[in-house]
Design a protein around this ligand. Sequence first.
Ligand code: IPE
Ligand code: IPE
Ligand code: MG
Length: 247
Amino acid sequence: MGEAEVSGRQLPRHIAIIMDGNGRWAKQRRLPRTAGHQAGVKRAREIIEECGRLGVEILTLYVFSTENWRRPPEEVSFLMGLLEDSLLDEVEKMHRRGARVRFLGLREGLSPQLVAKMRAAEEKTAGNNGLNVNLAINYGGRAELVEALRKAGEAHGEILKTGFDESLVEKYLDTAGQPDPDLVIRTSGEQRISNFLLWQIAYAELYFTPVLWPDFDRTELTKAIAEYRRRRRRFGGVESVASKENK
Ligand code: IPE
Ligand code: IPE
Ligand code: MG
């Protein structure tokens, strides 16, 4: 498909990706799982660049879930080391393209060195107004909601009984102020959400592909966006603004 067809109003404003299948990609090649994670980082870089080029507003990448701590300790420490080692480099590349980086998830449980790099990345890119990149690290949708409800209760305890509403919950989510994902992509053939952005994906279009994350290139992204453009979003009504846009 031509470039013009994936740009402009038909483009999802917010794309969220569950980057799955690194381990299976490595296994297919008789490589250790760690090689799959390294290949996965390269793909993430390519997809970040491509989203910036296309003019997507927000890209959220699921990097490490609150459940991923259940993996063997060697794999967890490899992943944490990979993050720590690659973060500064990747952030520098994103910064040069004007991208703004934010992190979703709990900082508790992460190493102080990693947390320091995350904070530095947010500060460094805070003034940029290109692509917004959310990296979900030690993130779980349920943990995020519990935290949001706790903070809302603390700050607005008195109105919990009378004026509690959706906007008050949203205000305390890690994605506060951002539009919800329009398109959620999951690679590797699994068709589940695995505790990703539970609140925010209420009306997202879901796209599942058997392609393993280290093989998910620009062309695959274009396919996902093309599929999104064929969907008719109704948001519970009969015809939506998005549907009209898609005509
Ligand atoms: C995704 O790939 C990366 C993380 C969850 C950190 P996996 O490591 O889950 O790869 P598979 O699912 O075992 O193939
Ligand atoms: C989801 O992948 C988490 C990330 C991509 C970071 P998993 O591989 O952990 O998901 P499950 O365990 O197959 O649901
Ligand atoms: Mg997996």
